[in-house]
Design a protein around this ligand. Structure first.
Ligand code: FAD
Ligand code: SIN
Length: 529
């Protein structure tokens, strides 16, 4: 049993920036960060391209252009007020990251070196070489370690949000549900703790691991969204999965997560070519390699399907090698490690699952539909991305929304009600650990195959129905395992991933118009001639 004031679930950019702010402002209150792996592990750690921000000093860019690019990428489904707010807040939040010690690259004239990515009309991406996320996490964790009122529990896996349901009250989606904290599995000691908290912040990141091929690391299993869904929070836009066009095609690394070749490499001038060396993007978009991600990913997918190939090439052979080495040292090192000399060899790439545009619905203060429950970062759906996220808008969204939640709580925290005393402890006294872990592994492989085969870049009504039927079987089998045994991280992740797969399928079945990253062949408008 454990009591805190702010329970922050996750240790990526959304979690750490929120924790730092509340710890600073409420210096006599306790902030508890729990994270299921070691504290460095997150999607944030792997972010390459950077953070999109219009800096005042840059003459040829404007908020209006960043706004327009975001709206265009989102294909008409962005919330325009949110987009305006986020792009205008970007420079102030960026300033904070600098104060916290994050280093962004500068050019020889002392100004920030700004990268470009798909869908951006200007160079506006601040970055730290090609390891921006790692640099951000390094600086934020250092700051967190200096705060005496923040404690960090690594290897603590959030299982369930605590709501009235746990104190014996009936709740439905329309009743006023409140969150009182979470049940958390300490995976080192296999003990479930009850952590109660006045405020709970879900910053659990993405869902990439539901697919067989993804840029996302192992932690990205959609736990926060699945927990929120079970607690009856509003979830939206789950059909909008963003596939990154250029995952490194390397059979060895495809098994867990796939190394990303940043879009900034195309921003730097790299070309896409089919395996015969022909450029093909001119058939799909006048912006060629720098069209927005949904368009480039679909174009590559089409080339692969038509030709029966497994990858296309990213050609960097014509680029200035010295500059490439300075800008993309991590990518270069990876290429060398698999025997590629980018001065003469082209890089094999294919689209892979990368980012979820939807998630837990939040309002402009980052508040979910459940009282005292907030969400920020990739697990939240703010309305910024619409049907397809503009590159490098994700880190930005996380810092802006963690700030908005903090500001809201600064004004309202004192009026919060106290938490009921009667919350029970987790009861699994009579259950045994699951005996056949191999079955969990098999179910997860089955799920990954279903998602890749039936709910990938191109969907159809038939595929969606197939996925739906198969997921139902997996769900029932997993539920039985869950009900009959002690909880474990593997089992709970599987259960959460199946829930995520189910949500993506249901939202895809409900969508009746192709938009952004969502494409169902049966919805193509039939032209009457
Ligand atoms: P994360 O950084 O993923 O953190 C989630 C945290 O929650 C982790 O610490 C995880 O361990 C923890 N967690 C999850 N479930 C539980 C649980 N049940 N219990 C306890 N803890 C839990 N975006 C950009 O804007 N620019 C980029 O250049 C960029 N490049 C990218 C490159 C790659 C390879 C990837 C994968 C993504 C990239 N993105 C980029 C997207 C961006 O990195 C993520 O959307 C963003 O970092 C998400 O931050 P977050 O704080 O929401 O979640
Ligand atoms: C990349 O560097 O290509 C990833 C950027 C992003 O996902 O925003």
């Amino acid at each position: 049993m454990y009591k805190t004031d702010f329970l922050v679930i996750g240790s990526g950019i959304a979690a750490l920036t929120f924790a730092l702010k509340v710890a600073d402002n409420f210096s006599d209150l306790k902030v508890t960060i729990i994270t299921k792996d070691d504290k460095l592990e997150s999607n944030t750690k792997y972010a390459q391209g950077g953070i999109a921000t219009v800096l005042n000093e840059v003459k040829n860019d404007s908020f209006a252009q960043h706004f327009k690019d975001t709206i265009l990428a989102g294909d008409g489904l962005c919330n325009e007020e949110v987009v305006k707010m986020v792009v205008e807040e970007a420079p102030i939040r960026l300033e904070e990251l600098l104060e916290w010690g994050v280093n962004f690259d500068k050019s020889s004239n002392g100004e920030f070196s700004l990268g470009k990515e798909g869908g951006h009309s200007q160079n506006r991406i601040l970055h730290h070489k090609d390891i921006t996320g790692f640099e951000i996490i390094r600086a934020l964790l250092k700051k967190v370690s200096l705060k005496s009122n923040i404690e960090v529990f690594e290897h603590h896996f959030a299982l369930e949000l605590i709501t009235q349901h746990h104190v014996g009250q009936q709740v439905d989606r329309d009743s006023n549900i409140s969150c009182y904290g979470a049940y958390v599995l300490d995976t080192k000691f296999n003990k479930v703790k009850r952590i109660t908290s006045k405020i709970t912040m879900l910053a659990t990141g993405g869902i990439g691991q539901v697919y067989k091929t993804t840029t996302n690391p192992k932690i990205a299993t959609g736990d926060g969204i699945a927990m929120a869904y079970r607690a009856k929070a509003e979830i939206e836009n789950m059909e909008f999965i963003q596939f990154h066009p250029t995952g490194l095609y390397d059979k060895l690394s495809l098994e867990s997560s796939c190394f990303l070749i940043s879009e900034a490499v195309r921003g730097f001038g790299a070309y896409l070519r089919n395996i015969h060396g022909e450029r093909f993007m001119n058939k799909y978009d006048s912006r060629m390699e720098l069209a927005s991600r949904d368009i480039v990913a679909r174009a590559i997918d089409n080339e692969l399907k038509v030709r029966g190939d497994e990858y296309v090439f990213l050609d960097c052979t014509h680029l200035d090698f010295q500059k490439f080495k300075e800008k993309f040292p991590n990518i270069l090192e990876k290429c060398i490690s698999i025997g590629l000399d980018i001065k003469k060899d082209m890089i094999p790439v294919a689209p892979v699952a990368h980012y979820l545009c939807g998630g837990i619905k939040v309002n402009v203060n980052g508040k979910t539909s459940i009282e005292n429950l907030f969400a920020s970062g990739e697990c939240a759906s703010t309305g910024l991305h619409g049907a397809n996220r503009l590159a490098s808008n994700s880190l930005l969204e996380a810092i802006v929304y963690s700030h908005k939640s903090f500001m809201y709580l600064k004004a309202t925290f004192d009026s919060l009600k106290s938490i009921p005393e009667s919350i029970p402890t987790w009861n699994d006294k009579y259950q045994k650990p699951y005996a056949e872990n191999i079955l969990i592994t098999h179910e997860r492989m089955d799920l990954n195959n279903i998602m890749n085969d039936y709910i990938g870049i191109i969907r159809s009504n038939k595929r969606l129905l197939r996925a739906n039927n198969r997921l139902e079987i997996l769900y029932n089998e997993t539920l039985k395992m869950y009900e009959e045994s002690k909880v474990s991280r593997d089992l709970c992740e599987l259960r959460n991933l199946i829930t995520i797969g189910y949500l993506i399928t249901q939202f895809s079945i409900s969508r009746k118009e192709n938009k952004g990253g969502f494409f169902n062949v049966d919805l193509i408008e039939k032209k009457i001639v």
